[in-house]
Write a protein that binds this ligand. Structure first.
Ligand code: GDG
Length: 743
């Protein structure tokens, strides 16, 4: 197995650089991504890993003088296997404080009232994503795997794809992906670009199933592209959306909890806290974390359940974050006032109800807090995952301790044995605190053991490893698609075989093959270019051309009757040989239509934008113009209903491209196509089609025939082209006199 390099791209590098008096100083960043991924990167040093090396690309945390840039580049590479991306303070301001934290962060955490929509923010977001794309593309080697992280870089997958069309690119979103109703609040042009940006990746990962579903729903509703089990086929590529709940480095926390440093620290804490019970909270200063709600719930507890006074201390560690943002500054003040008020109201000599620290702690003291606390109070109003909850459980060596966890955190999906609360309701949080403070040790252990086992199994190394494995497997699927692409070599071979043959059967589907789909079928008349091509090809006596379509015979007749080609209408019911009259392929019965049509009409009434087309021997419900999501569910329902209706009659139900069609049993393009091809026995056979109905013929074509599918999807065809333009180009090549056709 060849080993490859993993290039991690995130807004920030896992350390912060400060320049003082010409000196560069490096401080490691605290935070889940930095610590989590470093555990994964350490684990790569094993023979079975498909990744051998890594490089971390991102902003180094401060603006650096031009004179120091070369040194920083060298040092970050040597010390941290990293490559810095330089951004000016002004760029960072509009990008990071502006669009990232003024628009995306509040909106994706369901705070629309705090969301700002500003053109200059958006422009800067686009610009910084472009700068990342340029810088990353310069660094990338052909075999690299790219893994982009988080909401700051949602446009990057697509921008980067333009430089490296074949590289595996993965994206992981660490915050929630909101529901469609929230996401649609973003201005139209921006939201489309964001989704298209993400779709540049091969794999898009989310913490929970809900976020994945929200994303897929937005892709369907906003871009109109559906999916099959999370696989989106967008024009010429497959994009997979998948759930990967991020884990932690469990062993690191468990070992630290037992280490002498932590035990020493814990003894000091125990003595100085002087209380029966400790409740702990740890978060970055952020309005999403529900810090004020938590304080109100604690106040409510002390107010209404006096027995806890003097027996409980709430240790609240708030880590400074986004200090330049005014909202955060205001919130900090509010928190400090509330803490002061509660301590003033309930505190007494020898008892301070809340110990508040506004600073980041080193790792060991943090773990010491986890181990000394009887209860962890994790109450975000919205949180992508929340690693603190998992870290608390992992640090409890004897499995005691109670985790109170907000149902709004992604982690609640995995940690169901915690005491789950709605953080908006202080009575509920307070009663969870009482339950936690009074919970028997045996019950604590029972709950924690289950959670611990779960987070041990799906730890951060598994999380990252699974993501990379999935990314490479999506690439494999993509590669198998590409191997079918009708590229130069196979196209020349096809053309040569065509030229060398004295009789050629050319079979062409119409909609989606020779003409792009339109909202109304009658608008898809053949272009001049197509008619000219068909005329040239049909003018060659060696060619037998057949258009084989599901269309009605009058429409096909009107469009093509003047050309010397054969027309097949209604999927094979009607045949028109050049210069003759339409005939039926075999006797048909359409008595079933009278019972089916009212059913289709009923669905047309239920779904605005859909309509029924009645043909002589078939009936179709078209829903291309309808709401994409609603139509998918109604289509599934209608399929089901029709199956019941057609069980005892000579009719079959077929699902096509945004249509459902009912037609007589025994009528498929496969049946008629095979018959015509066998009868003609041409030396060279070509069939081009795009739809599921064309698969019937792809399946039965003789081995030597050329079958070409239009659009990227699983197919029985030997080759694929991407769109109608490619079909016209291929026909153009066949029709071209320089290729010797027609002489
Ligand atoms: C985002 C999403 C998602 C905190 N204080 C100290 C400290 N920390 C470490 C914790 C933990 C990390 O920071 C915080 O991670 P969270 O998951 O709780 O929250 P966010 O920072 O908002 O992270 C979140 C996460 O990305 C990962 O995808 O879970 O939902 O918002 O690891 O231990 N570490 C040290 N001192 C501290 O004072 N050393």
């Amino acid at each position: 197995m060849s080993k490859r390099r993993l290039v991690i791209v995130s807004n920030r590098l896992p350390f912060i650089v400060r320049e003082r008096a010409g000196e560069l100083r490096y401080t490691p960043s605290v935070g889940g991504l930095a610590t989590g991924l470093s555990a994964y990167l350490r684990s790569l040093d094993v023979p079975q890993s498909s990744v051998k090396d890594y490089l971390w690309v991102g902003w180094p945390g401060s603006t650096v003088n031009d004179a120091s840039k070369a040194r920083l580049r060298r040092e970050t590479f040597e010390k941290f296997q990293s490559s810095p991306i330089f951004l000016s303070a002004e760029e960072m301001d509009l990008f990071y404080h502006g669009f990232c934290n003024g628009t995306l962060w509040p909106l994706f955490h369901y705070f629309p009232s705090l969301t700002t929509y500003r053109e200059d923010y958006w422009k800067q977001y686009q610009q910084v994503n472009k700068t990342f794309a340029e810088s990353v593309s310069e660094i990338l080697k052909p075999d690299d795997i790219v893994w982009i992280h988080d909401y700051q870089l949602m446009l990057l997958p697509r921008l980067l794809r333009q430089y490296v069309p074949q590289s595996p690119i993965g994206f992981f979103l660490h915050i929630p992906f909101p529901s469609f109703e929230i996401f649609r609040l973003i201005p139209q042009e921006w939201r489309r670009e964001i989704l298209q940006g993400l779709m540049g990746a091969d794999l898009v990962g989310f913490h929970t199933y809900e976020y994945t579903q929200n994303f897929l729903r937005c892709v369907l509703r906003i871009l109109g592209i559906g999916n099959t089990m999370g696989s989106i086929i967008a024009h010429d590529r497959i994009v997979k959306a998948e759930t990967f709940p991020m884990g932690i480095d469990v062993a690191h926390f468990a070992e630290a909890a037992q280490s002498p440093e932590v035990q020493r620290e814990r003894d000091v804490l125990r003595k100085s806290l002087k209380t029966d019970k400790v409740i702990l909270s740890v978060d970055r200063l952020d309005y999403t974390k529900g810090i004020l709600n938590r304080l109100e719930a604690y106040e409510y507890l002390l107010e209404n359940f006096k027995e806890y006074r003097r027996h409980v201390v709430l240790v609240m560690i708030v880590v400074p974050s986004r200090v330049a943002v005014r909202q955060y500054e205001r919130m900090k003040k509010q928190i400090e006032e509330t803490v002061g008020r509660i301590n003033g109201k309930f505190g007494s000599v020898g008892w301070t109800p809340i110990i508040y620290q506004y600073k980041a702690l080193p790792f060991h003291p943090l773990v010491a807090f986890y181990t000394v606390s009887d209860v962890a109070l994790v109450t975000p109003l919205r949180d992508g995952m929340n690693l603190v909850a998992k870290e608390y459980v992992a640090s409890r060596a004897d499995d005691t301790g109670v985790l109170i966890l907000s149902e709004m955190a992604g982690a609640a999906k995995e940690l169901g044995e915690a005491v789950i609360i709605n953080p908006n309701y202080r009575e509920e949080v307070a009663s969870a605190m009482r339950m936690a403070l009074d919970m028997p040790l045996e019950e604590q252990r029972r709950r924690n053991r289950v959670m611990k086992e779960r987070i041990r199994r799906y730890n951060v190394v598994r999380w990252a490893g699974d993501f990379v494995t999935q990314l490479l497997s999506v690439q494999d699927v993509r590669r198998s698609f590409y191997s079918k692409l009708l590229l130069e070599d196979s196209r020349s071979e096809l053309t040569e075989r065509y030229r060398a043959s004295l009789s050629r059967g050319i079979y062409l589907d119409y909609d989606g093959t020779l003409s792009p789909f339109t909202l109304h079928p009658e608008d898809a008349a053949p272009s001049k270019e197509l008619l000219t091509l068909l005329k040239i090809l049909a003018g060659d006596s060696r060619n037998n051309i057949t258009i084989i379509s599901g269309r009605k015979r009058d429409v096909l007749g009107e469009w093509f009757e003047s050309l010397p080609i054969r027309l097949v209408a209604e999927h094979g019911i009607w045949i028109l040989e050049p210069g003759k009259e339409w005939v039926m392929a075999k006797p048909m019965n359409n008595s079933w239509k009278s019972s089916i049509l009212p059913v289709l009409e009923q669905y047309a009434d239920r779904l605005p934008g859909s309509f029924v087309e009645e043909k002589e021997f078939s009936a179709v419900w078209h829903y291309r113009g309808a709401d994409p999501e609603h139509s998918e569910s109604l289509a599934a329902e209608l399929m089901d209903t029709l199956m019941g209706f057609t069980a005892n009659v000579d009719a079959q139900v077929m699902r096509g491209n945004k249509i459902i069609e009912v037609r007589p049993v025994g009528v498929t393009k496969g049946i008629i196509g095979e018959e015509l091809i066998q009868r003609a026995n041409d030396e060279f056979v070509l069939f081009i089609g795009d739809d599921w109905t064309d698969e019937d013929l792809f399946k039965v074509l003789p081995g030597a025939a050329y079958s070409v599918k239009v659009g990227m999807a699983q197919t029985h065809a030997r080759f694929m082209v991407q769109g109608v333009q490619d079909v016209l180009a291929l026909l153009g090549q066949l029709a071209s006199p320089s290729d010797g056709a027609g002489d």
